[in-house]
Design a protein around this ligand. Structure first.
Ligand SMILES: Nc1nc2c(c(=O)[nH]1)N[C@H]1C(S)=C(S)[C@@H](COP(=O)(O)O)O[C@H]1N2
Ligand SMILES: [Mo]
Length: 421
């Protein structure tokens, strides 16, 4: 390896400095000595015998050693598991694509189990030719593949009155980012033919909640999809099998799962989910509604409370950023609670209304740090501090909390959810 300088002047030869001393670290890997027979230069157990053949694992699962990588819920948050949420383990992932089995779930009445043979999508209302489509019909329309994030409007909703949940899985884990395959909604609407007074669309789910929301026609004709695949495979039941609405950049609640009906109308339906819920109570007692767009947001996923640092030296700080207004243009990182900022390195794809992955490498000497990240999107919008957000919004909201998160990294490597004043 050449002696070129790494980020912040770290010598590349120094990346693993101290690696040999792992056993002396605070969280040493399980007693190395016990496994000496499996360590080089010895021939390990897994080299001494044949492994499973092909087609034993017909639909593969992660290694049994990765069982700790899991969706988790917060038991006291909701009264029942059917109307509840599980969170994406953001601290255990990298890149921008969320593995299908780890996408957070938000159901109002549990997971509908739909037989694809009996599936129908009805499109009616202010159209010239109402449609009743089977899944096979949907698959015959021209289709497209798009990577988008989906964020529940309630993500970070517990943090309005101060730091509360200790882990980015819980503070920020109501987001996922996958590739969808589906039919542009515009194609279906054109097939049905819109009447001239068409202005809104109502999407309704086939679950026991029959969850429904109104969508302005302009958005429906812009970039919405009726998706039936995610990450190449058919949608998982949790994500709305066999078809869901994809509403890029807009709050997750509108992404109706188990999509059963699309009705075209001339005004919003004022459903429960856009009046009693998914509105934002302001300090003056008035509430905002139809707050569709998810503004730019970011979070450091590692280190974070569930992913403490195991040792000093070269350290990769990593996180995710996204914006419902388009592409993320830049992500800044602060080590001192927002006094000084430097640009992080965005690595991998930078797509419209999708997550980006950022990295910021440091040589950590064990000093306490106040880690923050802030996303700036192509519209010029910069993620606000929590206090700036509270100045406009008060503290009575649940939804649309995109304030800057602070993690307090302590000398022992532990990390805590805090706020800086
Ligand atoms: N039919 C139906 N669609 C639904 C819901 C639901 O309960 N029923 N929950 C909504 C909410 S509030 C969110 S945040 C997203 C969550 O999508 P996910 O479960 O794929 O993460 O689905 C939305 N679509
Ligand atoms: Mo949601």
């Amino acid at each position: 390896m050449s002696e070129d300088k790494g980020p912040k002047g770290t010598s590349r030869r120094g990346f693993l400095a101290g690696a040999a001393g792992l056993a002396a670290g605070s969280a040493a890997p399980r007693a190395l000595a016990d496994n000496v027979k499996n360590l080089p230069p010895n021939v390990p157990d897994w080299t001494r015998a044949l492994g499973d053949g092909v087609a034993v694992r017909t639909y593969g699962n992660p290694s049994k050693h990765e069982k700790h990588v899991a969706r988790r819920d917060v038991s006291w948050l909701t009264a029942t598991p059917e109307s509840s949420v599980s969170f994406t383990p953001l601290h255990q992932l990298d890149g921008i694509i969320t593995p299908s089995g780890l996408c957070f779930e938000r159901h109002h009445s549990g997971i509908a189990e739909i037989d694809p043979q009996d599936y129908r999508l009805m499109l009616h209302g202010l159209v010239n030719k109402p449609l009743m489509l089977t899944l096979a019909d949907l698959k015959r329309f021209p289709r497209t593949n798009k990577i988008y994030f989906l964020e529940c409007a309630a993500n970070s909703g517990m943090e309005w009155r101060g730091a509360q949940l200790n882990g980015c899985q819980y503070t920020h884990g109501m987001v996922h980012c996958v590739e969808y395959t589906g039919v542009p909604l515009k194609v279906l609407l054109e097939e049905a033919g819109l009447k001239t007074n068409a202005k809104w669309i109502m999407a309704e789910g086939g679950d026991a909640a029959a969850m429904n929301r109104s969508i302005p026609l302009a958005k429906a004709l812009d970039d919405c999809l009726v998706a039936y695949r995610m990450n190449g495979e058919m949608l998982r039941p949790e994500q709305g099998y066999p078809a869901r609405l994809v509403v890029p950049g807009w709050e997750g609640n509108i992404w109706v799962k188990w999509l059963r009906r699309l009705k075209v109308g001339d005004q919003p339906w004022e459903t429960r989910e856009e009046t009693a819920k998914y509105t934002d109570l302001l300090a003056n007692g008035k509430a905002r509604k139809h707050t569709f767009v998810m503004d730019a947001k970011s979070v450091i996923t590692s280190p974070s409370p569930q992913a403490p640092l195991q040792q000093k030296g070269f350290t990769v700080i990593s996180g995710l950023a996204w914006s419902g207004r388009g592409k993320v243009k830049r992500v800044d990182v602060s080590l001192d609670g927002g006094k000084n900022w430097r640009s992080a390195r965005i690595d991998g794809l930078v797509l419209d209304k999708a997550c980006v992955r950022f990295y910021f490498e440091i040589d950590w000497k064990g000093e306490p740090l106040l880690l923050q990240s802030r996303a700036i999107d192509e519209s010029g919008y910069a993620q606000p501090t929590k206090d700036d957000l509270r100045k406009i919004r008060g503290v009575n909201s649940i939804y649309h909390n995109n304030g800057i998160q602070t993690w307090h990294l302590k000398p022992d490597g532990e990390v805590e959810n805090v706020e800086v004043g």
